[in-house]
Write a protein that binds this ligand. Structure first.
Ligand code: LAC
Ligand code: ZN
Length: 484
């Protein structure tokens, strides 16, 4: 379909990159779990920042809504159109072609990449220069740096290196009116006023389109030790982490909790029939520690700490990642849980965080509430325990269809679990963002002052509400109690 808008957008990016036909449109307007979908008149794939700017300026003039999209791996429906603005034209702007690593500077420990560079490609570019870019998430082959920034991605190395927000020195952003802000500074100290880049990080594309970033690099560890351990309970896992911190300090990179049903599910999905632990373990933790010492010294320290933990009863059994293959298997078992769930269908995904010490209470209370609904629900519980972040994802009983489960329990489970998290001062979205999935719940968990301030920022930057409308912020009228 060629409308005047499509014709003009085609002039900017070329016919091959202004997609209006099927199946392309549906590919970009549907999230990868196929839970969220909306309509767009076109998918536009600019080749560089000035094209993003031209597209945005045109959309501003004509009040066309713009949904920025990276690798389309959002779990919250944040990167596809909704029908938030009925009757308004909408386009998806895919950043996929902005895929260049511009420079890597191992002296300043920084690299400049465009937004469409995949996380895996960014990590490889750092590695090639003898450095580490530490963000690590399961979707690294498809997710893109722009999306990682826009959602303030977390993952399995936050314990040591922080979230994406802490891994950025500078940004380039196209604003809703098409202006380009070049903030690609590579400074570790810069107190010249508001830290503007932080507004765009975690804003899920509602304030501007991130087109490039300066990322922080780190020394590559000389050695890495991995173990999969069995532990009696979430309580002993919390104690174990505290113990290991005293022994290994800041060098624990990952401390990932896995419940028995989560492990069972992922092993079935991967068809992993190799023996694991001798006895069934109710709770497991994947632990990774790095060191800048020699491998032999680092391993000795790691094993000595685990042996002492075993002697004091915090560890029931330990599988040491003594070879690359072992370590890879343990990591695969952890990282594929999410896809195993997607493939199985019928889970309620709650991405909560609570203060570390409250994790056991949260898990017990939330589990009791879910099992009270139906004791056959499978308690797929896993996540980044070292950050207080639990993916608490009850899975349908084997005898129930995904649809029947979601209809019967979906919203009740999410509400109950989120209530328990809030009762211990937690968050209902630790790392997956808000998108549309969690948007309206913010009305219950954030105060009026905070939500109104967020809307003031949104209005200042995007007065026509063109960028990713209907995402992140609850409806203006609901926040202000009127439509003024
Ligand atoms: C994970 C994703 C779902 O931790 O956040 O596997
Ligand atoms: Zn996660």
């Amino acid at each position: 379909m060629s409308t005047p808008h499509v014709a003009r957008l085609t002039e900017i990016v070329g016919a091959a990159n202004c997609l209006t036909g099927e199946p392309e449109l549906t590919t970009y307007t549907t999230d990868y779990r196929k839970l969220y979908m909306g309509r767009a008149i076109a998918v536009v794939r600019p080749a560089h920042t000035s094209q993003v700017s031209e597209v945005m300026r045109y959309c501003d003039e004509h009040r066309i809504a713009v949904v920025p999209q990276g690798g389309n791996t959002s779990l919250q429906g944040g990167a596809v159109p909704t029908d938030a603005m009925p009757g308004q034209d909408c386009i998806v702007v895919s950043l996929t072609r902005l895929n260049k690593v511009i420079s890597v500077d191992p002296v300043n420990d920084a690299m400049v990449v465009q937004a469409g560079v995949t996380l895996a490609a960014a990590r490889e570019a750092a590695e090639a220069a003898g450095r580490l870019f530490p963000l690590r998430i399961g979707s690294e082959g498809s997710c893109q740096i722009g999306g990682n920034l826009s959602t303030n991605a977390g993952g399995t190395a936050v314990l040591r290196y922080g979230n994406m927000r802490e891994l950025v020195l500078g940004l380039e952003v196209v604003l809703p009116n098409g202006d380009v802000w070049n903030g690609l500074r590579a400074l570790r100290k810069d107190n010249t006023g508001y830290d503007l880049k932080q507004f765009f990080i975690g804003a899920e594309g509602t304030l501007g389109i991130i087109t490039a970033a300066v990322l922080k690099l780190f020394p590559k560890p000389r050695s890495t030790s991995v173990a999969l351990i069995g532990t009696a309970s979430p309580e002993s896992a919390v104690e174990l982490l505290a113990f290991l911190k005293t022994r290994l300090g800041h060098n624990i990179t990952a401390f990932e909790l896995i419940s028995a049903p989560a492990m069972k599910l992922v092993r079935e999905y991967l068809r992993d029939n190799e023996p694991l632990f001798e006895a069934e373990q109710d709770w497991m933790v994947l632990i990774e520690a790095i060191s800048h010492a020699d491998q032999a010294d680092a391993v000795e320290l790691f094993h000595a700490a685990l042996t002492d933990a075993y002697d004091s009863g915090l560890v029931k059994d330990a599988l040491l990642g003594t070879s690359e293959a072992h370590a890879r298997r343990f990591w695969q078992l952890r990282e594929e849980i999410s896809d195993a769930q997607t493939r199985t269908g019928g889970s309620v995904r709650c991405d909560i965080s609570v203060p570390l010490a409250d994790i056991p209470q949260f898990i017990h209370e939330a589990t009791a509430r879910v099992l009270a609904l139906d004791p056959a629900i499978r308690m797929v519980v896993y996540g980044h325990m070292g950050d207080g972040n639990v993916h608490f994802n009850p899975l349908r009983p084997g005898t129930m269809t995904a649809r029947a489960f979601s209809d019967a329990y979906g919203s009740r489970i999410a509400e109950q679990v989120d209530n328990v998290a809030m009762s211990v001062n937690g968050s209902i979205s630790a790392e997956h963002g808000v998108g549309v999935a969690k948007r309206d719940e913010l009305l219950n968990v954030k105060c009026e002052v905070e939500l109104q301030t967020c809307w003031h920022i949104k209005r200042a930057l995007d007065p026509k509400n063109l960028l990713n409308p209907g995402k992140v912020l609850p409806d203006f009228a609901a926040v202000f109690g009127s439509t003024k």
